[in-house]
Design a protein around this ligand. Structure first.
Ligand code: ADP
Ligand code: MG
Length: 380
């Protein structure tokens, strides 16, 4: 991998045109760079604001050749970009993170085995390739969650099962594609760590953030997490260890389950993460600027949290009666920062935007977040 400095106003490449890509484009523009986005949809949030939008599939040879020719460095916002695409591009230009790191996050079995082999704790699980891999009712794994190995996100491709009969039915629903059957843990808390690692191996981590999910989708992130310093520090240490084991370069997110004093790795994302959106308003450098910095070979920025932050996701459900939510209610709060992703169509469960409350006081931030979500009719 080449790692010399790519100076502005170079053209950078982004694989994926979702909201994460959009924030990358914004950060790159602020820093004087241009961005080419590859995304197959006409109306993608990042494609709309990019300097160049290549509207093509992630394995389109012509589009990839164009990207390799015109982009000085390329990254991704979407872990399901084929690893071969990253490999092909890396033959011609700088690509971070490396295809091998992304490939680990693309497949739950590879991911869990990698985490275990790196010596980090995970919830008990079994690999399910065929019906005969599903354990009998007396297994300790039940109650469990059956998760498809590939292409699951936001709780999609997951089923909660109490016994073998339910597991068999869910496996059939998933068309018998490879799965992991994971023991349902009794979670005290979920936290995550977003970090950035540069080509020299320097790591800068954002604070451990607390995440609350609704129906398998992130709902609220609270920074810093409301848990003991020991748990927070252990999450930081485990995330760093994983980044090093992967020899990772770029922004990496690691999700954890907290069970008593134990902390288990849930999953990793080879990109900025929804639970790091609070860094846009709450930190000296946000996760997307760090992504640009790591990609172009600039020194990493400060990850200091300057304000207590609470981020609330806004899903398409808030539009379901057809009307646009009353955004002026959010703008009426001086310390609420609204971010909308410019998606043309609001669908149930689709991430349309978020807002972050920043405050000196964590309880006040939480309180304003709850009031604002009530005013916007979010998640009620
Ligand atoms: P996704 O790729 O959809 O984010 P996750 O594996 O992170 O998939 O699961 C989504 C959410 O479902 C988790 O954040 C957690 O709230 C819940 N969940 C997943 N696995 C378990 C488990 N083994 N025990 C308890 N809750 C779980
Ligand atoms: Mg997750």
């Amino acid at each position: 991998m080449k790692s010399e400095l790519v100076a502005a106003p170079a053209m950078l490449g982004m694989l994926g045109g979702g909201q994460l890509g959009r924030f990358f484009v914004i950060a790159a523009h602020e820093m004087g760079y241009q961005v080419t986005v590859l995304d197959p949809s006409k109306d993608s949030p990042a494609g709309k604001i990019a300097d160049v939008h290549l509207c093509a599939a992630y394995d389109d040879a012509t589009a990839l050749a164009e990207m390799a020719k015109t982009c000085a460095a390329i990254t991704t916002e979407f872990e399901n970009v084929p690893a071969e695409t990253l490999e092909t591009l890396a033959e011609k230009t700088t690509v971070k993170p490396a295809a091998a790191s992304v490939a680990v996050a693309q497949h739950r079995v590879l991911e869990k085995n990698f985490i275990k082999e790196a010596g980090l704790p995970v919830a008990p699980f079994a690999v399910v390739k065929s019906e005969s891999d599903l354990p009998a009712d007396d297994s300790d794994l039940y109650p469990a969650i059956l998760k498809v190995a590939r292409f699951g996100y936001d709780g999609k491709g997951q089923a909660r099962v109490k016994n073998k009969a339910e597991a068999l039915a869910a496996f059939a629903d998933f068309k018998q594609s490879e799965c992991v059957l994971e023991k349902m843990m009794s979670l005290d808390l979920e936290v995550s760590v977003v970090l950035v690692r540069d080509a020299q191996g320097e790591v800068m981590s954002f604070p451990t953030v607390e995440n609350q999910h609704l129906n398998g989708i992130l709902d609220i992130s609270i920074a810093p997490a409301r848990c003991s310093d020991i748990v927070k520090a252990r999450a930081q240490g485990l995330a760093k260890k994983l980044a090093e084991a992967l020899d990772y370069v770029g922004v990496l997110a690691v999700e954890f389950f907290v069970v008593g004093q134990d902390i288990l790795v849930n999953e990793i994302a080879p990109r900025p993460h929804n639970s790091g959106h609070y860094t846009i308003d709450g930190c000296v450098t946000n996760q997307f600027e760090q992504q640009v910095r790591a990609l172009v070979g600039l020194p990493l920025g400060s990850t200091d949290l300057h304000s207590k932050s609470v981020m609330v996701n806004i899903l398409g459900d808030s539009w379901l009666d057809g009307a646009e939510p009353a955004w002026q209610k959010a703008f009426a709060h001086a310390n609420v920062k609204l971010h909308l992703y410019g998606k043309p169509e609001a669908r149930k469960g689709r991430k349309m935007g978020h807002f972050t409350v920043i405050d000196k006081d964590q309880k006040a931030a939480l309180n304003t977040a709850l009031i604002t979500r009530g005013e916007l009719n979010i998640g009620l």
